[in-house]
Design a protein around this ligand. Structure first.
Ligand SMILES: [Zn+2]
Length: 274
């Protein structure tokens, strides 16, 4: 295959058309998503000036497993963030991705987000890979059983005691903690998708957190078109693998392009019903 040729499009209308063309021509799309697609859904910016991380130290996984005090600290931090996650609703970008899947065009949705909004928007479990886990479940660190977070947060709020599984294992929101490896199974599924995708689109990610950011590169290295949409610079901007770089809010660019790509073409007169 030929090396990718960078398309330069500054005009938003042209950008939408170019993106729609790629979406229309592809049937095995790999979507890679980051925090930028959920800012319109009420997900707080933890890294921002008023973010949680300005006030709290992250709890490392091995501390969580060893120390009751660390478990209390982790649950307290998760409790503070829980209402925002519980109330968050999918936005036009999550819905557009679900629509693309319904149209049979999505191979995989690989996300760095832990907000569970892809699943809520209708992306199927078979297509969804949440590389950094999800806040939508609590998970036992011994037997792996998953459960609804709400009762555990309720109990923790009252007792200040970190919840424990019926098997005796420690329960933890099912996100990947600092110092905790990504799940091999998730990485393998994402890499398998990258090896067969015919288009890769990165949405709302600065593409700076590895190994996650390797996934779109793995696909782009096969010379399939690579589209990057983000407000602000990304670490892949200067790479020659990037075919189309759209600067701006994903919610303003991606949903209209999906709509255009999936638009039903008007039938010719002789085939219209009598
Ligand atoms: Zn258990």
């Amino acid at each position: 295959m030929l090396a990718a040729v960078r398309i330069r499009a500054e005009n938003p209308v042209v950008q939408t058309q170019e993106l729609a063309k790629f979406l229309r021509d592809s049937n095995k799309i790999l979507l890679f998503t980051g925090a930028g697609i959920s800012t319109g859904s009420g997900i707080p910016d933890f890294r921002g000036p008023n973010g949680l991380w300005q006030r709290r130290q992250p709890v490392y996984y091995h501390d969580f497993m060893r120390s009751e005090g660390a478990r209390v600290e982790h649950w307290d931090y998760k409790l503070e963030a829980w209402p925002a996650f519980r109330e968050a609703q999918p936005n036009a970008t999550h819905k557009a991705i679900a629509l693309l899947e319904k149209a049979g065009k999505v191979l995989a949705v690989v996300t760095q987000n832990i907000d569970g909004l892809h699943a809520r928007a209708g992306t199927s479990a078979a297509r969804l890979i949440e590389l950094h886990g999800t806040n939508a479940f609590v998970e036992c660190q011994s037997c792996g059983k998953r459960s609804d977070p709400e009762p555990h947060f309720e109990a923790f709020r009252k007792t200040r005691r970190p919840p424990v599984c019926e098997c005796g294992g420690f329960l933890k929101p099912a996100t990947i903690s600092f110092g905790q490896n990504l799940r091999n199974q998730d990485l393998e599924r994402a890499e398998a998708a990258a090896r067969t995708a015919d288009l890769v689109v990165a949405l709302g990610s600065t593409l700076s957190v590895y190994p996650a950011a390797n996934i779109p590169l793995l696909a782009a290295a096969r010379a399939v078109p690579y589209v990057v949409i983000n407000r602000g610079a990304t670490e892949h901007d200067e790479m020659r693998e990037v075919t189309l770089r759209i600067e701006g809010d994903v919610a303003e660019v991606f949903p209209p392009a999906v709509k255009e790509a999936l638009a039903v073409k008007p039938e010719s007169k002789d085939r219209s019903p009598k």
